[in-house]
Design a protein around this ligand. Sequence first.
Ligand code: C2O
Ligand code: CU
Ligand code: CU
Length: 554
Amino acid sequence: MTAVPPRHDAASVPPAARRRVLAALAAGALGTLMPGALTALRMPGTRGPSDDLCVTPARFDTPLHVPGRDGLMGRLAPVDGPVVLRATSRGGTGAGPALAFVADSGPRAYINPLLVVRPGALLRIRLANESAEPTIAHWHGLAMDTANDGNGERLVAPGAAFDYTFTVRNRAGLYWYHPHPHGATASQVSRGLFGLFSVEDEDEDALRAALALVPGETEIPLVLHERKSTAPGRYAPDAGDALLGWYGDETLVNFTARPFLDVTARRYRLRVLNAANARNFRLAFRRDDGATLPFHLLGTDGGLLERPQPCTEVFVSPAERLDVLVDFAGIAPGGFVLLESRGFDPMHAVPAQRADPGDLAGGESHAMRPSAEPMGGATTVPDGTPRQLLQFRVRATGAKGPPLPARLSAPPSVAVAADERPLRLGFAKGRWRINDRVYDVAATPIVVARNAVETWLIRNYHTSMPHAMHLHGFQFRVLERETSPGELAPLVAADQGRLATDLGWKDTVLVWPGESVKIAIDFRHAFAGEQLYLFHCHNLEHEDGGMMLRVKVG
Ligand code: C2O
Ligand code: CU
Ligand code: CU
């Protein structure tokens, strides 16, 4: 066993410098802030993968919340008539979400229910807004017409309701639903208003049968979400948060802080959603002897891969999902395994445009991170900081499982269009932009012809941040990554620079600074007439700040 590493302070930005910058930022709206001034947030030096072992000592003293047949994240099959989701403020600092979708079904009560459906199901869902703020629910990852998409251009006022009627047209996979009121999405998601949406089909049934996986026992959703421990249930971003994203100092798993899970020494299927506003995780499993425990990736945002993909670590950015199979066989009772997020360089930088004389900026870009010091009573741990997320405690020996199925599913392929639609991600005039634009409800910069198949080339500037780019209404395939940062090199798993997580259907893809990511999208849909969708960054502060464009599909 390697020695326990020393405690690592989350950031080393001189507090005085950070305070000075934030005071300057507070003096003006984000829209008018001078990017140059932000360079004072820079960190001296960056952290690399060699700091993997640099972890904050964690104690795991709370049993992981495992979703069951009701209650928080309980499995609800909305088959017998309409489901009513009541957006409700649960207030305060107690356990669970401060703002939640609450539902009843017969005698059972649910908070943020995990909706379980089969492909082809016709759903009727009523959103009843019992909270004090306008909201709307969006079905992230689902093929949907605009009327049911919940894109935020129509809101449900407090006291009002909205009825969704739609057919489930997606293949099996783990999708999710979350609010989408423009400008308030980050606030509502950060307070816990979201749920999972699982589409299950014969491939799913076959996988569960082959590996003896039982939902709620050996198949467990893991929803990663964040809070500031000094201000749980509250969302009060400062100007730095608005620019870089809102990062908590505590990562919750299924709304549990410091979670552990007792397991048998056998296979577990973990279905991960990154529901954090802004944090990227570099997930890996570590045994108690310090060794990495490899695992298999079974699926991505839009369902199962063709075959299990061996991995040692994967990035998961906001809104992405991972379907992971980990095997605790061979770990003796009493041993444990940690799910951790390894350290990485978050590559936070903005162009240091020459601003006022006397500004701290030079002419180049600078890495920067928010600080771990308390700001306004709340704390932040910067992106890229190593975190220990969940401890698996092996309690019982298990039988060695059967071989993995060689084939999990037959994902449909996409024809590739030769023309590329260019999309550039960057920062200018105080805001993150796509093709130099910000969201405008009166403009539709992307127009796609009916039945088109398109190739999109998403390029992120070097002086930028990682952006988790999401398209409503359609799943896509990642064709190629180019000029990726060095820290992705060990994760490349296929040709064209693709990672394991690029090998399945996606609705959200992380694009690193300096990187180009090419995706193929089949825009054929079943709806009458033109439909309107959104393409945006799922760093929710970037989204709310306008890093979002409307997409019209004929
Ligand atoms: Cu999950 Cu418009 O997003
Ligand atoms: Cu979406
Ligand atoms: Cu972004």
